[in-house]
Design a protein around this ligand. Structure first.
Ligand code: DOR
Ligand code: ZN
Length: 403
């Protein structure tokens, strides 16, 4: 049994908690605040095929340092995770790598030549991921007929569809039209993949979700245009859920000035975070997925056009939110809703005893050298944040993460 004494709850009460465990431990949590452990519904832990960037051992370390005990991993692996056999093989590999017992679910990647796999995989996956626009890996489905077919199948079999909503045709068209922007270097990325690119794909996905009664999860929403469409759909009878990412809450296109190609991510950074914060306040955003997407620094430093997109971030997920709390931008109940309650409801997860004890007063500066991710860098290096996890408890095991 683990006994936690004197912790403070999110509404300021004193609490006393007992957690079943094979070990016995008494934790004096005086001065610490107790939160349900976080669920990160969007990670890229790189197995199989890119274990040199990350594996489930380093990623699990990073996760618990961010207060996360449950993750859903994306299918853009090498090879892509597009069949039942690949899903099963991926699980075997993950289980062989895992030492910290984090809980995980997998997405199946939708592939135009393997649509029937969506049905075969139903019991093994949290949903099917559709890349409507290209990103890291080979997964891409942009033929409208095939896309619609995937939605139809998912609707008939009650499988959640998660979309990377960027319209590939428009990306290609704008890549040619915006040639003049290329002299701006990586900054052109945010110009080419503009708000219209995202909104067009969201609009299309919402239409099919309504037509085929699909539960639609829109990943990394970042623009006013997408949010307007999602608000409208939520007022109707479309079952749509919106995720945003830490980088769309805390970073903007200003980052290109200091980080250049390191600031590349899909969907790209925007000029402002304001619409996303507004959508957190009015409840339009349901979840925050870190989109933890590690690439090595040397890869990120390739020239624009060759450098991969994505940021490692899972271990800073909770510190970034707690820092926003310290700045008065978000309440603790709002953090719990976004990082625990809504993902649990959307993905029908069972309640667990997993907890995280945080020190709301602790101030520390992010130092990439101390990160647990194999990639050993983040776009948050040098930021001073207030509010850090102290202990993460998963399946009755206590991990001290105050390092
Ligand atoms: O920036 C991104 N990186 N966006 C994605 O959609 C994929 C991810 C990755 O896997 O690197
Ligand atoms: Zn992603």
């Amino acid at each position: 049994m683990i006994e936690i004494h004197n912790a403070t709850t999110i509404d300021g009460q004193r609490s006393q908690q007992n957690i079943p465990s094979t070990t016995s431990r008494i934790i004096d949590a005086n001065g610490l605040t107790l939160l349900p452990a976080l669920i990160d519904p969007h990670v890229h832990f790189r197995t199989p095929g890119a274990e040199y960037k990350e594996n489930w051992q380093s990623a699990a370390e990073a996760a618990i340092h961010g207060g996360v005990t449950t993750v859903f991993d994306m299918p853009n692996n090498t090879p892509s995770c597009i069949t039942l056999e690949r899903v099963r093989e991926k699980k075997t590999r993950i289980n062989a790598q895992l030492q910290i017992p984090i809980r995980y679910g997998l997405y199946l990647g939708a592939d135009q030549n393997h649509l029937s796999e969506i049905i075969r995989c139903k019991q093994e996956i949290v949903g099917v991921k559709i890349y409507m626009g290209s990103s890291t890996g080979n997964l891409l489905m942009h033929d409208p007929k095939v896309l619609e077919q995937a939605f139809k199948i998912a609707g008939e079999h009650e499988i959640l569809v998660a979309v990377h909503a960027e319209d590939e045709e428009l990306i290609q068209k704008r890549s040619i039209e915006c040639k003049a922007a290329l002299h701006l270097g990586p900054r052109a990325h945010s110009i080419i993949r503009n708000a219209e690119v995202a909104a067009r794909a969201v609009n299309q996905a919402l239409e099919w979700a309504a037509k085929y009664r699909v539960r639609l999860y829109i990943a990394h929403v970042s623009t006013q245009e997408e949010l307007d469409l999602i608000r409208q759909a939520k007022k109707g009878n479309v079952q749509v859920y919106a995720e945003t990412s830490p980088h769309h809450l805390f970073l903007t296109t200003k980052l290109y000035e200091t980080l250049g190609t390191l600031a590349l991510v899909n969907p790209p950074l925007r000029d402002t975070n304001e619409p996303v914060w507004e959508a957190i306040y009015d409840g339009t955003i349901d979840t925050i997925g870190t989109d933890h997407a590690p690439h090595l620094l040397e890869e990120k430093r390739y020239p624009y056009g060759k450098a991969p997109s994505g940021f490692p971030s899972i271990e800073l997920y909770l510190p970034l939110l707690l820092n926003a709390h310290a700045q008065g931008k978000i309440s603790l109940p709002q953090i719990v809703r976004l990082t625990h309650t809504r993902p649990k409801e959307i993905f029908h997860l069972e309640e667990t005893d997993d907890l995280v004890l945080v020190d709301l007063a602790k101030i520390k500066t992010v130092n990439d050298l101390h990160l647990k991710t194999k990639a050993k860098w983040s776009p948050y290096h040098g930021m001073t944040l207030q509010g850090w996890p102290r202990m993460t408890i998963i399946k009755g095991q206590v991990y001290d993460v105050d390092l």
